[in-house]
Design a protein. Structure first.
Length: 421
């Protein structure tokens, strides 16, 4: 992208931007929550709409001069509804965590209970981890996997907790879980105890939009919260979707603004609208399907090499591997050594972790960004092999240099595209 004005005005920031662009171009991005956006999305994100305050909603703003902001936000809303087959969408949340917080305050009163996935079994910080402030306002109880080797959720235990704790919300969603959830069971249990059903689909929103992952709304879920980046391949932002209840939608809108946020970031909403338009194309469906194929190709290599994967493998875009148990390499060591050869992923706790969060047993990686670069199963297979070779030879500088060169050649062969349509 052209940085001419930044170069003239602020050399330090210019150098950092150029450095980051070079890092992305020369390396392989495997963090499951990261992706590359199109040039069109970047242009919308950096557009004149960054100048405009638009407190309120289309047709009901608190400031004047909203002719074009209303057009942009309504386009984003209509495209989101079409993508996820729902009646209401709020596209103003600044990111995934604020979207979850708004959802909690819209559906509950302080002290009410949420039943969500345990962080160490794949859940997210915003699902009530003790370090978060939201945990001081609401009561969070948790469910886990029955079998960490298959990834099966213990739905019997989930139901027992629900009957005992009477949660106001039963939350299905994750940040490090690689299998499909049984949404029908969540709905059945929620109806038995009179709870709302909410799905945090931040990680797999693009797979749902692309038709290769189940849509919780098809099983009767009330609400979906999500980010708009990750597999959806849009700008960093959040969104709250409501299947059909106008009452819930009104509560959510009022909670987002004026309850928790002021003026929405209209430049980001424009970028969301552009990304949603891309996600409505046949090409995006092909992209989503290839994400899964590439993840299964990487899974096959890790199976063959005897590396333990939590859940036994993957049904989506990500894999969580126990590298400490399988290779004697900690998650932090693995993240560092792979970064040295140009492969970026993240350390991650595994189920029933015995190590610290900052130096855990696992690594988490995925295929959304690789797939954006048009890589197929062959490339995904080789990248998985390179990862394991590197970890098994983490102290062999000559070996790592050769693998770094291979990563650079692969990166050059599959450049980051500027357009997806």
């Amino acid at each position: 992208m052209n940085y001419d004005y930044i170069k003239k005005q602020d050399e330090e920031i210019f150098n950092a931007l150029v450095g980051e662009e070079a890092r992305e171009v020369r390396g392989l991005e495997l963090i499951p929550s990261e992706n590359y956006v199109s040039r069109a999305v970047r242009e919308a994100n950096g557009s004149v709409l960054t100048n405009k305050y638009s407190e309120g909603y289309p047709g009901k703003r608190y400031y004047g001069g909203q002719e074009y902001t209303d057009i942009v936000e309504m386009i984003a809303i209509e495209r989101a509804k079409k993508l996820f087959n729902c009646k209401f969408a709020n596209v103003q949340p600044l990111s995934g965590a604020p979207a979850n917080v708004a959802m909690y305050f819209a559906l509950m009163e302080p002290g009410d209970t949420v039943l969500g996935m345990d962080l160490s079994h794949g859940g997210h910080l915003t699902h009530g981890h003790p370090t978060t402030w939201i945990n001081k306002i609401f009561n969070f109880v948790r469910y886990k996997m029955k079998d960490t080797e298959t990834g099966e959720i213990d739905y019997d235990a989930l139901r027992e907790v629900a009957l005992r704790e009477k949660p106001k919300i039963i939350l299905a969603g994750f940040s490090a879980y690689s299998r499909e959830l049984d949404y029908a069971k969540f709905v059945e249990i929620a109806r038995e105890v009179g709870a709302y059903t909410v799905a945090d689909m931040a990680h797999i929103a693009g797979l749902i939009a692309g038709g290769v992952a189940k849509n919780p709304f098809d099983y009767g879920f009330d609400v979906i919260t999500t980010t708009t980046h990750k597999t959806l391949r849009g700008p960093r932002g959040g969104m709250i979707l409501v299947r059909e209840s106008e009452e819930i939608a009104k509560k959510i809108n009022k909670t987002v603004f004026p309850g928790l946020q002021g003026g929405p970031h209209m430049n980001v909403i424009a970028a969301k609208a552009v990304a949603f338009g891309e996600a409505l194309t046949p090409a995006f469906k092909e992209y989503a399907a290839q994400i899964l194929k590439n993840a299964k190709a990487m899974e096959a290599v890790f199976h063959l090499e005897g590396i333990r994967m939590l859940g036994g493998g993957t049904d989506n875009h990500l894999i969580l591997a126990d590298v400490y148990g399988s290779l004697g390499v900690t998650g932090q060591e693995a993240e560092t050594v792979l970064d040295e050869i140009g492969i970026t992923l993240n350390k991650n706790m595994i189920a029933d972790e015995t190590r610290s969060a900052m130096d855990p047993s696992g690594i988490r990686f995925g295929t959304p960004a690789l797939t954006t670069r048009k890589m197929m199963e062959g490339e995904a297979t080789r990248i998985a092999e390179i990862m394991i070779e590197t970890l098994r030879n983490k102290d062999d500088e000559a070996k790592k240099k050769a693998l770094r060169e291979e990563v650079e050649v692969l990166s050059q062969k599959f450049p980051v595209p500027e357009s997806f349509v």
